[in-house]
Every structure is written in structure tokens, then in C-alpha cells.
Design a binder for this molecule. Structure first.
Ligand code: G3P
Ligand code: MG
Length: 246
């Protein structure tokens, strides 16, 4: 369900203050007052949906190599917190279902971005969608998004009732036709590429525009003034406070 969107969505939780895409990061986003969070969901070698951004493990965990080359049993033992700071030592890469449980417990809305494990796009989308169908109550705020159109097409087939966000960095010339074809509920665009003109063009398609990633309050205000509905931010608390002073 896509109920009213908040203006600020915690990006990978509260990435500025906690290790991204961990349960600690979700808790921190809620503590800062976020009411929605965005996370990235991908697959391990053995097809388990987990919450992680990169295709490789080095940047955000104590592991090495490709996510696609590690099984859940091994991944779950890695440390996804120490790289960010000692207080987060031992924080694991979350299983997608554990993350859903926490997001529901905290009464947050969720944007689950399908981040396809290379070579396994449709399997990633299928697993993420089937997990959401099983675990996410129909009346709780939810948006599934992806940069990959084939993932969104499959999402539409498997769960037409789950709203889809069409993520774009450099938009293809036929983005409007693609958005129609996949039944996009929102357009999730790179804030760096936006002007009053581009936002107006997106809005003319009749969909809310969400912009990633905005950590500067002056920039957020400009985007809102142009008609952007919501921004993804690494710092939901700080941005809310700074916007309040503008
Ligand atoms: O979903 C918004 C944003 O997260 C998309 O880019 O690379 O941060 O997942 P990325
Ligand atoms: Mg993301």
C-alpha cells in the first residue's frame, strides 16, 4: 500500500549515523523521527534475500569477494558494523525477513529497493516480492523499487497490488512509456540531475517524484519547491531539523 508519503525517507536507514542497511541503522532512523526507510535487497549464492547495497562485501562487511559467491550461513557471521564504528561491532547483514519484522515493529513505512545480484535479476525480484507477499501486511505502507525494468515488470506480474517505484539515474528517452508499461506508482530520480524543468516533466506524468540522495537542507527545499514529493536522506533527523529552520 502506498499511503501518504513523508517528505523524508531514511536512506539505507540512517546512513550518516549508523552502518547502512543494518537493523541498527533502521532503529537509528526511527529514533531520529523517520517514518519511512529505504533499504536494498539482494540474494546470497544460495538464494537468501539479504539487505546490502554492494555486489561485493569489502566496503560494508568483514568479508571479501562477491555477494553472489557466499552462502547465507557464512554471510550471517560477518561483521557489518565495525567498518562504521566500534559501537556497531558485530552488527550483522540482516536477513530480509528480520528487517521486515523490525520495520513493522517500529511502525515504519518501507521502500524495498530490489538490487539484483548480478546474473540473477529476476530471481532477486521474485524472492523479494514473494517474501513481501508472505510477510508484509496489505495495509502497511510499502513501495518496491528498482533501476531494472525487468524486475519491476516481474513485480507487477507477481504482486500487482504492491506499488512500484521506477528508479532512474540517466532516464531513457522513453521513460514515460516504460513507467506506463510497468504501472509505476512513483518516479524515483537522481536529485543531482534535477531542475525545475525536469521535475515538472516527471510530475506531468501524474506520479509523485522521489529524489535520492539529499543531505543538504537548501537543496531539499529547492527540490520540494519544484514539486518533489519526498527525498531519500542519510540524515533524516538532521535534515528535518535544518529544514525547519529554513
Ligand atoms: O532508492 C534510492 C537510492 O537508494 C537508489 O540508489 O545506489 O543508493 O541504492 P542507491
Ligand atoms: Mg537503494
Amino acid at each position: 500500500m502506498l499511503s501518504t508519503l513523508p517528505r523524508l525517507i531514511g536512506h539505507r536507514g540512517a546512513k550518516e549515523s549508523a552502518p547502512e542497511n543494518t537493523l541498527a541503522s533502521i532503529r537509528e532512523a526511527a529514533r531520529q523521527g523517520a517514518v519511512w526507510v529505504e533499504i536494498d535487497v539482494a540474494l546470497t549464492r544460495d538464494g537468501v534475500p539479504v539487505v546490502i547495497h554492494d555486489d561485493t562485501l569489502e566496503r560494508t562487511t568483514s568479508g571479501r569477494g562477491a555477494l553472489a559467491a557466499i552462502d547465507w550461513a557464512e554471510l550471517r557471521a560477518l561483521d557489518a558494523g565495525s567498518w562504521f564504528g566500534a559501537p556497531f561491532a558485530g552488527e550483522p547483514v540482516p536477513h530480509f525477513e528480520a528487517l521486515l519484522d523490525l520495520v513493522l515493529d517500529l511502525d515504519l513505512g518501507l521502500n524495498a529497493e530490489i538490487k539484483p545480484t548480478p546474473g540473477r535479476s529476476l530471481e532477486t525480484a521474485e524472492t523479494a516480492i514473494n517474501t513481501l507477499k508472505r510477510r508484509w501486511p496489505a495495509d502497511r505502507p510499502l513501495l518496491v523499487s528498482s533501476f531494472q525494468v525487468d524486475c519491476l515488470e516481474l513485480a507487477r506480474t507477481l504482486a500487482p497490488e504492491i506499488p512500484r517505484g521506477y528508479l532512474m539515474d540517466r532516464p531513457p528517452a522513453d521513460w514515460a512509456a516504460i513507467a506506463d508499461r510497468i504501472g509505476a506508482a512513483t518516479l524515483n530520480v537522481n536529485q543531482k540531475r534535477q531542475t525545475a524543468v525536469t521535475v515538472a516533466a516527471y510530475r506531468a506524468s501524474g506520479r509523485p517524484v522521489l529524489a535520492y540522495t539529499v543531505n543538504d537542507a537548501v537543496r531539499a527545499k529547492a527540490l520540494f519547491d519544484w514539486g518533489v514529493a519526498a527525498v531519500f536522506t542519510d540524515a533524516p533527523g538532521r535534515l528535518a531539523e535544518q529544514l525547519g529552520r529554513l
